[in-house]
Ligand binder design. Structure first.
Ligand SMILES: Nc1ncnc2c1ncn2[C@@H]1O[C@H](COP(=O)(O)OP(=O)(O)O)[C@@H](O)[C@H]1O
Ligand SMILES: CC(C)(COP(=O)(O)O)[C@@H](O)C(=O)NCCC(=O)O
Length: 321
C-alpha cells in the first residue's frame, strides 16, 4: 500500500492536522475484515439514516483500526504504571469523545463505533454515554428563563457531568448518569444509565470539547475534555445541518402521532409545511446560534475531524499530528 502524504505535508506544513481525502483514508483500513453484517447495520440506522456498508468499510473501519491502535498503546501505558509501582491499579476506561452540532450524527457515529469496537478481535466492552442526560430538567430551565437555550453551556449541570467523567477516569466501578429523552423533550425522572467499568466509554454530546472559556459562569475549571483520550468532531456545512435537523424533526413528529406522551405530539396535527416552518425557526433561533457561538469554535480542539458532505457521506478527514 502506498499513500501519498507528501502533498499534504507540503501544503499543510503549518497545520496541526494531517489531511486525508476519503480515498486516502479508505486505504488505511489495511485489510481489516468487515466486522459488521447487514443485520448489525440495520440496528445502527437510527431514525432515518441510509448508512451503507460501503461507508462503514471506507470510513469507519479505518477509524476503528486507528482507535484500536491508540487503545492498545494506552493499555501498554497502564501496564508500565503497574510495573513501576508494583501494584495493579483499577481498570481505567479509555474515553472517546464525539462532538459536533445538533443533528450532525453524533449519536449515530457513537453507536456505529461502539458496534465496530466491540466486534474487534479483542472484544472490548464498550459503553455509550450521551451528555444530554446532564441537561437541567425543563422545570429548572424554565425557572431560570433559559428554555430557549437548551444545549447552550448554561443549560447543562456541568459540575455533575465533570464529576461523572472524573469518577470513570478514577476507576470507580459503578457510575450512574441521568437520562434525557427526545420523546418527552426532558430528563426522565428517577431513571439512570449505569456504567460498570467498561474498557472503552464513548461520550457523545455537543459540549464534550468545551472548556473554561465556554463556561465563564462556572467556578470550577476542570472540563470533560480533560478526561477524554481521543476526541472526534463531526463537521458539516450549516445548510446540510439544518436539512438534517428538519428531517429528524419530521421523523420524530411522525413517530409521535400515536404517542400522547411525546413532546412532538402537539406538532403531529399540523400540516407538514407548518411543521417544517417551526423546525426551521427552532434551528435558526436556537441550534444555529449555539453552533456558531459554542460548538464550532471547539472544532480545532479535536484529535480527529470528520467532514460530512450531503447525505452524511464523509468527504474529508483531518487527524491531529
Ligand atoms: N451516517 C449517516 N448516514 C445517514 N443518516 C445519518 C447518519 N448519521 C446520522 N444520520 C441521520 O441524521 C439525523 C441526525 O443524527 P443523530 O445521530 O441523531 O445526530 P446528533 O446525535 O448529532 O444530534 C438522524 O435523522 C440520523 O438518522
Ligand atoms: C437536547 C439537545 C441539546 C441535544 O442535542 P443532540 O443530541 O440532538 O445533539 C438538542 O436536541 C435540543 O433539544 N436543542 C434545543 C432546541 C431544539 O432542537 O428543540
Amino acid at each position: 500500500m502506498q499513500i501519498n502524504t507528501s502533498r499534504q505535508f507540503f501544503n499543510h506544513s503549518l497545520s496541526p492536522y494531517l489531511n486525508f481525502t476519503r480515498k486516502e483514508w479508505a486505504e488505511l483500513r489495511a485489510n481489516v475484515p468487515m466486522t459488521v453484517d447487514e443485520t448489525d447495520l440495520h440496528q445502527l440506522q437510527g431514525i432515518n439514516d441510509k448508512l451503507s456498508l460501503e461507508e462503514v468499510a471506507e470510513v469507519y473501519l479505518p477509524l476503528a483500526r486507528l482507535l484500536n491502535l491508540y487503545i492498545s498503546s494506552n493499555i501498554r501505558r497502564q501496564t508500565v504504571i503497574n510495573e513501576f509501582t508494583g501494584k495493579k491499579t483499577a481498570k481505567i476506561p479509555y474515553i472517546i469523545g464525539i462532538a459536533g452540532s445538533v443533528a450532525v450524527g453524533k449519536s449515530t457515529t457513537a453507536r456505529l463505533l461502539q458496534t465496530l469496537l466491540r466486534a474487534w478481535p479483542e472484544h472490548r466492552q464498550v459503553e455509550l454515554l450521551t451528555t444530554d442526560g446532564f441537561l437541567h430538567p425543563n422545570a429548572t430551565l424554565n425557572s431560570k428563563n433559559i428554555m430557549h437555550k437548551k444545549g447552550f453551556p448554561e443549560s447543562y449541570d456541568m459540575k455533575s457531568l465533570v464529576q461523572f467523567v472524573s469518577d470513570i477516569k478514577s476507576g470507580k466501578e459503578l457510575v450512574k448518569a441521568p437520562l434525557y429523552s427526545h420523546l418527552i423533550y426532558d430528563i426522565v425522572p428517577n431513571q439512570y444509565k449505569t456504567i460498570e467499568s467498561p474498557d472503552i466509554l464513548i461520550i457523545e454530546g455537543l459540549n464534550v470539547l468545551q472548556s473554561g472559556m465556554d463556561y465563564p459562569h462556572e467556578l470550577h475549571r476542570v472540563f470533560v475534555s480533560d478526561f477524554v483520550d481521543f476526541s472526534i468532531y463531526v463537521d458539516a456545512e450549516a445548510s446540510n445541518l439544518k436539512n438534517w435537523y428538519i428531517d429528524r424533526f419530521l421523523k420524530f413528529r411522525k413517530g409521535a402521532f400515536s404517542d400522547p406522551n411525546s413532546y412532538f405530539h402537539s406538532y403531529a396535527k399540523l400540516p407538514e409545511d407548518e411543521a417544517i416552518s417551526i423546525a426551521s425557526a427552532v434551528w435558526d433561533s436556537v441550534n444555529a446560534i449555539n453552533l456558531n457561538q459554542n460548538i464550532l469554535p471547539t472544532r480545532e480542539r479535536a484529535s480527529l475531524i470528520l467532514k460530512k458532505g450531503a447525505n452524511h457521506l464523509i468527504e474529508e478527514i483531518k487527524l491531529r499530528k
